[in-house]
Design a binder for this molecule. Structure first.
Ligand code: SAM
Length: 269
C-alpha cells in the first residue's frame, strides 16, 4: 500500500499508519530508525519496523514507567534510565524532586532524532540534572560504582541489543547498585501478543528480588493494546507519597488498585 508504514506483529497481523511524510530513515550501527508523520497520531518513531512511540499516546507509557516506581519511594534522589533515548521517560522522572538523572542509551542516533524532531520529549535533555551516556546499559550497570534509588529500563523488545536487559544477570547487577528500598522497573511487553516477554522479565526478577509487581496500561499503538510493566524491590512496592505531579493517565487510583486481569495473573503465577 502506498504511503503506509506499519509493524508486522505476527505473520498475519499488522498495524499500519498512513504517513504524510517520512521525516527520518537511517540504518544506525544497531537498528533501523524511521520517523513518520501521521494525521491522527502525530510523529511516530519506529525501530526495526516496530512502534516505539507516537506523539499522541506516548504519555501513557512514560507516565506509567516513571511514576509507579518513583511514587513508591519516599524520597527518590538519584535515578538511572537504561534506553529511553527519546527523552520521554526522563521528562516524567524530572517531574519529581530528584537531584540526579542519568540516561544510558546505546544508540546515539535515537537521541539525535528526538532532539531534532520530538521536542516535547527531548525537552528533558535541557535539564541541568540530566546526563546522557552513549553506552550499553548492561555494561554501564556492571561497571557502575554509584548507587541509585530507581533504575528504569525503557528498552526495545528482548531481541538484538536489548536481549541482555531481560536476563537474570542484568537484574542481579542492578540489585547491587540500588540503594536500600530502591526499585527497578521495566517495560515487559505485550501480555496479550507476547506473554513470553512478561513471563521472562517477571520470572528473572523473582529470582533476584523479594517483591515483584506487574502493572498494565492501555497503549493504542502497541501490539495487543495492553502493555505490561514489571517492578521489583527488596521491599514491598506500595505508594509512599501523595501524587503531586501533573499527569494525563497515571493517578493514585491506578497506582493503588494493583488489579490485573486474570490472564495476566496466569502468565506470572
Ligand atoms: N517505548 C518503547 C517501546 O517499548 O517500544 C521503547 C522506546 S526507547 C526508544 C528504546 C531504546 O532502548 C532504543 O532507543 C534502543 O536503542 C535502546 N536500547 C536497546 N538496547 C539497549 C541497551 N543494551 N543499552 C541501552 N539502550 C538500549
Amino acid at each position: 500500500m502506498e504511503n503506509w508504514f506499519g509493524e508486522k506483529q505476527t505473520d498475519d497481523v499488522m498495524l499500519s499508519m498512513k504517513y504524510d511524510r517520512i521525516l527520518f530513515h537511517k540504518k544506525s550501527k544497531y537498528q533501523m530508525i524511521d520517523l513518520i508523520e501521521n494525521k491522527t497520531y502525530g510523529k511516530v518513531l519506529f525501530i526495526d519496523n516496530t512502534f516505539q512511540l507516537t506523539e499522541r499516546d506516548e504519555f501513557i507509557y512514560h507516565e506509567m514507567l516513571a511514576h509507579i516506581a518513583l511514587f513508591s519511594i519516599e524520597r527518590p534522589k538519584k535515578v538511572l534510565i537504561i534506553g529511553g533515548g527519546d527523552g520521554g521517560l526522563a521528562r516524567e522522572c524530572l517531574k519529581h524532586d530528584i537531584d540526579d538523572l542519568k540516561l544510558v542509551e546505546i544508540d546515539e542516533d535515537v537521541v539525535n532524532v528526538s532532539k531534532k524532531f520530538l521536542p516535547s520529549l527531548s525537552v528533558s535533555f535541557n535539564d541541568s540534572k540530566m546526563k546522557i551516556f552513549i553506552d550499553d546499559g548492561a555494561e554501564f550497570i556492571k561497571n557502575s560504582n554509584e548507587k541509585f534509588d530507581a533504575v528504569l529500563i525503557d528498552s526495545t523488545d528482548p531481541v538484538g541489543p536489548a536481549a541482555v536487559l531481560f536476563e537474570t544477570e542484568f537484574y542481579n547487577n542492578i540489585k547491587k547498585i540500588l540503594n536500600n528500598g530502591g526499585i527497578v522497573g521495566t517495560q515487559s511487553g505485550s501480555p496479550f501478543m507476547f506473554p513470553e516477554h512478561l513471563k521472562k522479565a517477571y520470572g528473572n526478577m523473582r529470582k533476584i528480588f523479594n517483591f515483584v509487581k506487574v502493572y498494565t496500561a492501555t497503549i493504542p499503538t502497541y501490539p495487543g493494546a495492553i502493555w505490561s510493566f514489571t517492578f521489583a524491590s527488596s521491599n514491598d512496592i506500595i505508594r509512599k507519597r501523595e501524587v503531586n505531579v501533573k499527569t494525563k493517565y497515571y493517578n493514585e487510583k491506578i497506582h493503588d488498585c494493583n488489579c490485573n486481569p486474570k490472564f495476566i495473573d496466569d502468565i506470572v503465577q
